[in-house]
Design a protein around this ligand. Structure first.
Ligand code: 7TS
Length: 427
């Protein structure tokens, strides 16, 4: 009988997860692309969905589709209970104090826009500073550019070390008395870097500023506690964490959210309305004008449950191991440049790279012909591409169902690409 001390017979035994069992939950992973097995390595863009999520969407439309918070009939009561129940699931998942701090949005982008438009307009004055990192996704850059232009405020950028980590000594100087907000990603979608949010929050709070955390890449992949990290806002998207598209969460500290004006106006966000003026609803509904994305919010609960059952620590461990393996194997390739921290413990399961002078789009196409889905381009981080002095990168990103064998398949396809394209100069 095998004991836990036995050497793994396959590479998959290196994982903290039962990959074979997990893969059976994702019907899409059984599909073929041009007669080849699909190898899905574009998880930073969006994750695949397990049957439990797919079924929950279908169940909602088949059994209790109704509008929420309005009808006094059974279906509406059931839909409302499930919708509000998901809010409690989220509260627990991110360790928030109260459910009223959980606002459903369409995604990370909407959450950040909400904060920039409401909190930002209320709190940022001419001459104030908005501190960002150079690795922000356009979603956590463009809303602040617009706010800064409108308020005559200044954008200040943190500095990165050679390995793509935030230089904390410089950060202590750059976050100053004019800083009103520090808006930073917890995990880079290009470099994979995991940023020290707690330390950045302490620097911001020391100056009387607040901190917004872009959790689009971190929340799906590691256990977070909004209280422990002492953030003021955290935004993330369900579609990157097994959930449906069109659902996001904005969490904010209750006192801050309470003082903010609404983002959109209309049904559901009001307490009472007369011809001339309105009183607004309380949290969180003040920020959820109109009919929300009921079916997808309800199905999101299944995504949270799937990850919770698996254990976020196991998710993280699997990603560290597969990233470690992939980094080691990728380094075997001549002429490869890999971006971001060398230590897999310091990064998420995202690996951006370039191979010699091969254009990343060509790499993406050659891999796609082999059934392997990666992303190529600027990854909505054009300023970072400029800093790295590249037009774009190829990017492989992993999640709970990716196997070590798939990393080997990536390697084989990259070697093939090198054979075909390696001598072609593009610059
Ligand atoms: N912030 C980060 C760090 C992201 O990676 C993304 C999406 C977003 C914000 C925006 O999320 P959304 O759900 O509102 O669109 N990142 C990617 C990516 O890396 N490839 O495709 C989308």
């Amino acid at each position: 009988m095998a004991t836990i001390l036995d050497k793994p017979e396959t590479k998959e035994a290196m994982s903290s997860l039962n990959l074979e069992k997990i893969r059976r939950d994702f019907p899409i992973l059984r599909r073929e692309v041009d007669g080849k097995r699909l190898v899905y390595l574009d998880n930073a863009a969006t994750s695949q969905k397990p049957l439990s999520v797919i079924n929950k969407i279908s169940e909602y439309y088949q059994r209790y589709n109704a509008n929420v918070h309005r009808g006094i009939h059974t279906l509406s009561e059931e839909a409302t209970a499930m919708y509000e129940g998901t809010r409690e699931t989220v509260r627990h998942f991110i360790d928030a104090k109260e459910t009223c701090e959980i606002i459903f949005t369409r995604g990370t982008t909407e959450g950040i826009n909400l904060v920039a438009s409401t909190w930002g307009r209320q709190n940022v004055l001419p001459g104030d500073e908005i501190v960002l990192s150079p690795m922000e996704h356009h979603s956590n850059l463009v809303p602040w550019q617009v706010l800064a232009q409108e308020r005559e405020a200044k954008l200040v950028f943190l500095e990165l070390t050679a390995e793509g980590e935030i230089d904390m000594e410089a950060a202590a100087k750059l976050i100053g008395s004019r800083t009103r907000i520090v808006a930073v990603t917890q995990m880079s979608n290009v470099l994979g870097t995991i940023n020290p949010i707690k330390e950045l929050a302490a620097l911001a709070h020391k100056q009387g500023a607040v901190i917004l955390v872009d959790g689009a890449q971190s929340v799906p992949h590691m256990q977070i506690s909004v209280q422990e990290m002492d953030a003021d806002f955290v935004a993330f998207s369900l579609h990157k964490m097994l959930g449906p598209t069109g659902v996001g969460v904005l969490w904010g500290k209750k006192d801050i959210l309470k003082a903010m004006p609404p983002y959109m106006y209309g049904g559901d966000m009001i307490a009472s309305v007369s011809r001339e003026r309105s009183r607004y609803n309380e949290l969180p509904w003040k920020f959820e004008a109109g009919t929300p994305n009921i079916g997808d919010v309800i199905a999101s609960a299944a995504a949270f449950e799937y990850l919770t059952t698996m254990g976020l620590d196991n998710v993280r461990e699997h990603e560290v191991e597969i990233t470690r393996y992939a980094l080691n194997r990728l380094r075997e390739i001549n002429g490869i440049t890999i971006y971001g921290p060398k230590d897999p413990q310091k990064r998420g399961g995202v690996i951006s790279f370039n191979m010699k002078d091969i254009h990343p789009h060509d790499l993406g196409q050659i891999l796609s012909d082999a059934g392997i889905a990666i992303r190529a381009g600027h990854h909505c981080c054009q300023p970072l591409m400029k800093d790295l002095q590249v037009m774009g990168t190829a990017r492989a990103s992993f999640y709970i169902y990716n196997t070590f064998e798939e990393v080997d398949m990536l390697l084989a396809a990259l070697r093939e690409a090198d054979k075909v394209m390696g001598n072609v100069a593009y610059r």
